[in-house]
Design a protein around this ligand. Structure first.
Ligand SMILES: *Cc1c(COP(=O)(O)O)cnc(C)c1O
Length: 439
């Protein structure tokens, strides 16, 4: 029965003897060989999800539509190699991500540079390295890009980030499409039309279209359809008042991922199909020009292609209160419970056939009471040395990791036809490599 539940969450999980397997590899064996904490990635699943987006977008939106992998979800050299091999574009949000993509040989003309506070140095460096597009948030940035592009004698392609005024009812910290947002320019206030007029008038800016991103972990299609309607009407208004027709409409990321059994199962292909049908008929009905559609999946490409294995260090029972199971990682490799109370599925990887009768809180090893991975989970009774698996940790775990408490970041393995190191385990020398002796 327990075995079945596991298989239900995602089909890259299975059981061999008493052990949890991921992407066909025995996680307990891997923990023995490579040590913990250990992050595992399922190469085949990453590739097939990228292909699902690419093929479904081409098929249903037609006309040059394509996904951009939002690499803030998980950024390292190998992921840009895979994105390049799968022929998809990428989003970057910093020069660190740009540099990593460049190091991977990713063609930067297929990269889109996001963020609400790009510095002059960011803009110069990105233009010098042939960035494809900037996604522009504000006037300050628009003028800075125009000025720097002029100095360098180039015309720089941009999209304008617009806030369509949608609240997709997800957690407030990860919903970004509302008028009161630190990102983008609002349609409702008239400012979106004004900044569009300005962008068109600047000589070293080539306005290619518009962008919106309404939030993350969204399972329904309605918020995307609503956002598309608002953006398409805005584009129509831009056309009639300014005589400008954009080439591109970027609908952002945000498809939901199944972290726990109570999360719905959704098909990305089916959702893309429905959104495309909606857009196609809306354009037809209102006789609107249909731009080339872009989407920016991050979480949905890598989240369920990743998991983390830890080792139990201690079990502490407080009679009348609760039980704590402490593991050899924590908020330094997964800060999402501490930040957002995020749900995770927790298993004992080496006791997969035992009944999950023990209720406990999974605590990290960091000196912080809020350093918890999950509260109120049911696992088999565990002892020091057992392996704890936290599922669906591929997105916004490693990319949000830190060296708090001078903890070294975990090893990341890419499991495919063979096992490859994606990111080495940090060493103590790495953790202190930027420090200088005071003389
Ligand atoms: C974070 C982000 C994404 C990716 O969102 P997911 O929920 O991970 O798919 C896409 N676009 C923008 C602008 C973002 O900030």
């Amino acid at each position: 029965m327990y075995c079945k539940e596991v298989n239900l969450l995602h089909d890259n999980l299975s059981i061999e003897g008493n052990n949890l397997c991921f992407a066909g590899y025995d996680t307990v064996e891997l923990a023995k060989i490579y040590g913990t904490p250990l992050m595992l990635l399922d190469e085949q699943r990453i590739r097939s999800t990228m292909r699902t987006y690419k093929n479904a977008m081409e098929k249903y939106f037609g006309n040059g539509a394509r996904p951009l992998y939002a690499s803030k979800a998980l950024s390292f050299v190998g992921i840009y190699q895979i994105a390049k091999e799968e022929g998809i574009c990428t989003d970057i949000v910093s020069l660190g991500e740009l540099y990593t993509a460049k190091k991977a040989g990713f063609p930067l003309e297929n990269a889109f540079f996001h963020g609400n506070c790009k510095t002059d140095f960011d803009i110069e460096y990105a233009i010098e390295n042939g960035i494809g597009y900037f996604i522009v948030d504000t006037y300050d940035e628009l003028y800075a890009i125009d000025r720097i592009a002029r100095e360098k004698g180039v015309s720089q392609k941009i999209l304008l980030r617009i806030t369509p005024g949608i609240d997709p009812h997800t957690h407030v910290a990860i919903s970004t499409g509302k008028v009161d947002s630190k990102f983008g320019t609002a349609i409702e206030t008239g400012q979106a039309l004004e900044i569009t007029e300005k962008a068109i008038s600047l000589h070293n800016i080539s306005l290619e279209g518009f962008h919106c991103h309404i939030g993350s972990q969204i399972f329904e299609i309605e918020p995307f359809c609503d956002a598309a309607d608002i953006m398409l009407s805005f584009i129509d208004n831009v056309k009639s008042t300014l005589g400008y027709t954009p080439k591109l409409l970027n609908l952002g990321g945000g498809f939901g991922v199944r972290y726990v059994e109570s999360d719905p199962v959704i098909s990305y292909e089916e959702n893309i199909k429905k959104i495309a049908e909606h857009i196609n008929s809306y354009c037809e009905k209102n006789q609107l020009h249909k731009p080339v559609i872009l989407m920016e999946p991050g979480r949905s490409i890598v989240a369920d292609s990743g998991m983390t294995i830890y080792t139990v260090g201690s079990v502490k029972e407080i009679p009348g209160y609760k039980n704590y199971v402490a593991i050899d990682g924590g908020m330094s490799d997964n800060p999402r419970y501490a930040l957002y109370n995020s749900s995770y599925t927790v298993l004992c990887a080496n006791k997969m056939n035992e009944d999950p009768t023990y209720n406990c809180t999974i605590a990290g090893r960091l000196c912080e009471s809020g350093d918890l991975i999950q509260e109120n989970v049911s696992i088999p009774p565990v002892v020091r040395g057992d392996n704890i698996a936290v599922l669906v940790t591929g997105a916004y775990n490693y990319s949000m990791s830190s060296n708090y408490n001078r903890i070294n970041r975990p090893l990341v393995l890419m499991l495919g036809d063979k096992i490859r190191v994606a990111i080495n385990r940090e060493k103590f020398e790495d953790v202190s490599r930027l420090d200088e002796f005071l003389d």
